[in-house]
Write a new protein. Sequence first.
Length: 298
Amino acid sequence: MAKQPSMSSTHARAFHAVATAGSFTAAAKSLNVSQPTVTTQVKALEELYGVELFHRHARGVTLTDTGRRLLDHLRLMYARQQEAIEYLEAVQGLKTGSLRLGAYGPYEVVEILAEFNRRYPGLEVSVRFANSATLQADLLEHNLDIAVFGCQDQRPEIYTQAYRWSRLAIIVSRAHPWARRKSIRLKELAGQNLIIREPRSEARRILEDALEDAGVYCHDVMEIGGREGVLAAVAQNVGVGTICDEGFLPEQLVVKLPIAGSKSGMRVDIACLTERVNSQSIGAFLEVARDLQTPSRG
């Protein structure tokens, strides 16, 4: 069954112009079209629904009851349209809107967020934490706008902007015998209870690569998901952990020690979908990150 024609935006505009101007001549002038055009459009609307919208007389027109009620509806519609335009202009000016962020740890994303919020206080930002592989998958599935994570395999559909280099370090509790040490060598991990991150974690991959390169094999290993889980276990002196970020640590509970002779670490990237790199809010976040960027340390 064919769909019946309905009031078009042209019909609505012509009717609204006549109703507010008080005559077809004045309406045509305001719309910059000919008077017959306006007359035809209004007449077509009346015939479409079998209604009378205006009383026509020599001095102009007056609205019928139906016309007055239609005008009320159109005023509301145009008011909503104006609100929509103002909203889009506010988003365009980054005065409102939202941004969904993901990060492998709090430090890098929070320092960027602090400056981003100062520049764009009207934008609503949400942050979730996960390992780097999960964040990359969430980007590809459009569940995140931006991710801050350890360098993953380069993919053409993901744009990355290098942010900083984070070196792999050892963390131990303050009750651990190493707590007063200045540094640790990777080979010393062989006899320790080692706490490692979950599979697919970039921090875990970097640790395993470093141990393999150094010829170190650890037999006593405990797997704990998430950075905070590893920190909590280390703080309880369950074992020795590693960390691959420059974030704040509960210094009253754990000690971070550099690994002597090792340059292992990961590049922290700001990432988004390549197709969305020109989005205003994403571009603004990338710009803030560039402004805060520190030189990479190799």
